[in-house]
Design a protein around this ligand. Structure first.
Ligand code: PMP
Ligand code: GLU
Length: 410
C-alpha cells in the first residue's frame, strides 16, 4: 500500500501519532543517560554525570520492609490512591516537619514525583491556561504542562540573582490567563533555595493575583550548610487551599527505581486526582509503598549521612570546576547538581570542534573527553551545563580532570 503524506505527523501502519505525542521531546536527562550507556556498551569508558540519581543503595531497613511485605502477601492491588499506612505516614511527615495540618485524604500516592506532577497538572489546568515556570527549570516541566493543553510561560532568573525568581518578575509575567506558578526549591538544575522571607514575598504576589501553586519539593531533605527546608504551603493560612505540594522518596532515600511520589493538597482536588489515577494506572506498586512507609517512619540517620556526603561532593566539584579557565560554577545550596556557566568557552575551538552553545560543549565533552553532562538549553538556560554530583568523589575527580584536559587542547 502506498502512503500519500497528508499530514505532518508520522504514520505507523494505519495509526497516526497524535499532535500531543508528536510535540513531546524525550526527557533530555534520560536521553543523555541513554547515550552514555550506549557508548559505554560499545566499550568506551564514560564518566557519566547525566542523571540526578543518588548512587547509594537503598538503605537496608527499607529493603527489608519490602521483603517482609512480599512475605506477608502484600502483593495485590491496594487502594488506587495509595495505602492508608503510606498516606498517613506522609501526612504525619508534613505535620511533624513543617507543622502543616495534613490529613490522609489530602495525600495522593503516585508512581514517582514525575507522575504526581502529571496528575497535579492534569487535574488543575484547562487548555489555554498559562503556567509560570521560572527558568532554569527541570527538563520535564514544559512538556508536562504542554501535554495538558496549557501554556508554559518561562520567566528567566539569573546566576547573579542566585537563580531565584523575584516578586517583580513574577508580577510582570501574570496575565488574565495565568492559573499556576510552578515552583521548585531546592531547584533542579541550579540547587537554588529561597529564604523564608523570599518565599513569603512570592506568596504575597500569588495571593494577590489569586493564583494556584504547584510546589515541587522533591529535594526538601537535600539542603546544605545547615539550611532548614521551608514548605511553601505553610507560609500563609490561605496557601494550603491553593497549593499542591509534590515530593517523594526517590531522592531523599535513594529510591529512584521504586517509583513512589506524592501530592499533598486540598482534599477535593486530591480526590479528583485520585479518580484520574484510578482510571489511568491504579495503585502504585504495593511493595514499594510498604518500603516507603519504612523510609518515612524509620530511622532518618541515612538521610543525614547522604546529605553530608553530597555536601562534601558539592564542595569538591565546585572547587575543581572553578579551577578550569572559562567555567564559573556557583555553589548550589541544595539538591545534587552543579549548574555551571560555560559562556567563557564559546568561540573556542577544542580538539578541532568549535564550541558555540551548550549542546556543542556537551557533545564535545562526551565525544572527546568521554564525560556525559546535560546541556543548559534542556533546562531553558543556554550558556550552562549540568553535572550531577550524585556519584563518587573518584568519579568526580577523574571526570573533571578529563574535562580540563580536553579544554586544554584548545
Ligand atoms: N521533580 C524534580 C525537580 C526532579 O528533579 C525529579 C527527578 N526525577 C522529579 C520531580 C521526579 O522524581 P521521581 O523520580 O520521583 O519521578
Ligand atoms: N530528575 C532526574 C534528573 O533530572 C532524573 C531524570 C528524570 O527523571 O528526568 O536527572
Amino acid at each position: 500500500m502506498e502512503w500519500v503524506e497528508t499530514s505532518r505527523f508520522e504514520r505507523f501502519g494505519m495509526l497516526q501519532v497524535s499532535r500531543v505525542a508528536a510535540s513531546i521531546q524525550p526527557s533530555a536527562t534520560l536521553a543523555a543517560a541513554a547515550r552514555a550507556k550506549q557508548l559505554q556498551a560499545s566499550g568506551v569508558r564514560i564518566r557519566d554525570f547525566s542523571l540526578g540519581e543518588p548512587d547509594f543503595p537503598t538503605p537496608e531497613h527499607i529493603c527489608e520492609a519490602a521483603r517482609q511485605a512480599m512475605v506477608a502477601g502484600k502483593t495485590r492491588y491496594t487502594q488506587a490512591s495509595g495505602t492508608p499506612e503510606l498516606r498517613a505516614a506522609v501526612a504525619s511527615h508534613y505535620r511533624a516537619t513543617y507543622g502543616l495540618a495534613v490529613t490522609p485524604d489530602q495525600v495522593l500516592i503516585s508512581n514517582g514525583a514525575k507522575h504526581s506532577l502529571h496528575n497535579a497538572l492534569s487535574a488543575s489546568l484547562n487548555p489555554g491556561d498559562e503556567v509560570i515556570i521560572p527558568t532554569p527549570y527541570w527538563v520535564s516541566y514544559s512538556d508536562l504542562v504542554a501535554m495538558t493543553g496549557a501554556v508554559p510561560v518561562l520567566v528567566p532568573t539569573t546566576m547573579e540573582d542566585g537563580f531565584r525568581l523575584n516578586p517583580q518578575a513574577l508580577r510582570a509575567a501574570i496575565t488574565p490567563r495565568t492559573k499556576l506558578l510552578l515552583l521548585n526549591a531546592p531547584s533542579n538544575p541550579t540547587g537554588a533555595v529561597y529564604s523564608r522571607a523570599q518565599l513569603e514575598a512570592l506568596a504575597k504576589v500569588v495571593l494577590k493575583a489569586d493564583l494556584s501553586v504547584i510546589s515541587d519539593e522533591i529535594y526538601e531533605q537535600l539542603m546544605f550548610d545547615g539550611r532548614e527546608p521551608v514548605c511553601f504551603a505553610t507560609l500563609h493560612p490561605d496557601l494550603p487551599a491553593r497549593t499542591l505540594t509534590v515530593s517523594g522518596v526517590s531522592k531523599t532515600y535513594a529510591m529512584t527505581g521504586w517509583r513512589i511520589g506524592w501530592t499533598v493538597g486540598p482534599a477535593s482536588l486530591i480526590k479528583a486526582m485520585g479518580n484520574v489515577q484510578s482510571q489511568q494506572t491504579s495503585n502504585p506498586c504495593s511493595i514499594s509503598q510498604a518500603a516507603a512507609v519504612a523510609a518515612i517512619t524509620g530511622d532518618q540517620q541515612c538521610v543525614e549521612m547522604m546529605r553530608n556526603t553530597f555536601q562534601q561532593r558539592r564542595d569538591l566539584v565546585c572547587r575543581l570546576l572553578n579551577a578550569i579557565p572559562g567555567i564559573t560554577c556557583p555553589i548550589p545550596d541544595g539538591a545534587f547538581y552543579a549548574f555551571f556557566n560555560i559562556t567563557g568557552l564559546f568561540g573556542k575551538t577544542v580538539a578541532g570542534k568549535l564550541i558555540t552553545n551548550s549542546v556543542s560543549f556537551c557533545d564535545g565533552a562526551l565525544e572527546t573527553a568521554h564525560v556525559c553532562l546535560v546541556p543548559g538549553s534542556a533546562f531553558g538556560a543556554e550558556g550552562f551545563a549540568r553535572l550531577s554530583f550524585a556519584t563518587s568523589p573518584e568519579e568526580i575527580e577523574a571526570g573533571v580532570a578529563q574535562l580540563a584536559e580536553w579544554l586544554r587542547q584548545g
